[in-house]
Design a protein around this ligand. Sequence first.
Ligand code: PEP
Length: 249
Amino acid sequence: MRKHIVAGNWKMNNDLPQTELLITELLKQNKTSDAEVMIAPTFTNLWQAFESLRQESIEVIAQNMHFAENGAYTGEISASMLKSIGIETVILGHSERRAYFNETDESLAKKVDAALANDMRIIFCFGEELADRKSGNHEGIVESQIKNALFHLEADAFKNIVLAYEPVWAIGTGETASPEQAQDMHAFIRKTLADKYGNDVAESVSILYGGSVKPNNAKEIFGKPDVDGGLIGGAALKAEDFYAIVNAF
Ligand code: PEP
């Protein structure tokens, strides 16, 4: 059975005291679902978060990394640096990274390779913009994002890859893809994987939905057969809301 995963992307929110406070609040919540829970604080707070959650069943993950091992890349962080503080999973390809930091399918393919070379698990994000959806090209865009960044990999690599479909028009906008739109796209993504790698791989990869998932819509979205969890932005910053989403499974 595929893993259910709910991951909170904190983005550039929460300084150190706020991080500690939110973690304290998260630890007070009651988990009733089988979903794996992850949080992605900012780089400066990863170590503290990791230390606080060392004995807990919340995994601390990174929001990004560079593709080089080390070197003259001022301001960047490598996979081995993350690994050295215990971080095993990294989000790659978030639409904000693509839009504001010029990340491309090509640079993301290099990041994917670097993460896998360091035995890291990846949550790989992609999704169409509103204009693509309106023109009916949403599947074409998603297919090319996946193919360009991931289809050079061997089938075995997908043991360490989680996909996150995040329509750009639904991120932070309060607008959500309908459960049917999410299911249709997730089924299309799974078929794209099956065509290249076969059914066994396609059926084993968890595909998360991201885009204004909230306590009041999570159950319906997670109820769809090809939706295996969520990547959560805004609602991950409130412990009660985040766990209401975690417990929607
Ligand atoms: C995200 O940033 O990945 C995201 C899904 O944000 P939000 O839940 O706020 O739309």
